[in-house]
Design a protein around this ligand. Structure first.
Ligand code: SF4
Length: 180
């Protein structure tokens, strides 16, 4: 039976490099203190297949770049009280947006034909279809808290999550910056 005094935390990985999740894990032993306060109900770090209802806080890494990302973030938003854009890719599109000046067809060609040495061809199954542009999360759904950084430091993430769990809005003015 779940502990109803604990907050329900989730993390989501969209179009990012996983560096923001790695930075989250870098909170090291503080994860034990955090574990006493939260249930991690969905994350690449745990074996949960479906994003649940009634999540208190969700940290989102990465931009919205594919149809799968789009459907996922809309569903996550519906099921989350406080949605957090974690890292520059979620906040601004950052690295994923580097393909935005190019046509999607050209991006596919570059990745799956020009840069391969065998079996060239664009996959039409399994790989989610790209959207025309890679977008920051807040252009798709409302975002409550922004944590810039590439990645944000473990200290910054721990501070922000701790404040949110206490019901406060973290003041990140002095804690992080874009590209930090
Ligand atoms: S913000 Fe930086 S570390 Fe985080 S997913 Fe994007 S490129 Fe990776």
């Amino acid at each position: 039976m779940s502990d109803t005094t604990k907050k329900r935390l989730a993390t989501v990985w969209l179009d990012g490099c996983s560096g923001c999740h790695m930075s989250f894990l870098d909170i090291d032993e503080r994860i034990i203190a955090l574990a006493g306060l939260i249930d991690l109900v969905y994350s690449p770090l745990v074996d949960a297949k479906e994003f649940p209802e009634g999540v208190d806080v969700t940290l989102v890494e990465g931009a919205v770049s594919s149809e799968e990302d789009l459907h996922k973030i809309q569903m996550v938003r519906q099921r989350t009280k406080i949605l957090v854009s974690l890292g520059d890719c979620a906040v601004t599109s950052n690295v994923p947006a580097m393909r935005n000046p190019f046509r999607t067809a050209d991006v596919y060609d570059r990745a799956y034909r020009e840069n391969v040495t065998f079996d060239a061809g664009t996959p039409f199954q399994v790989v989610p279809k790209l959207l025309p542009y890679s977008r920051p999360v807040h252009e798709i759904v409302p975002v409550d808290v922004f944590i810039p950084g590439c990645p944000p430091s473990a200290d910054t993430i721990f501070y922000a999550v701790s404040e949110l769990l206490e019901g406060r809005t973290p003041d990140l003015t002095e804690k992080t910056r874009f590209g930090a």
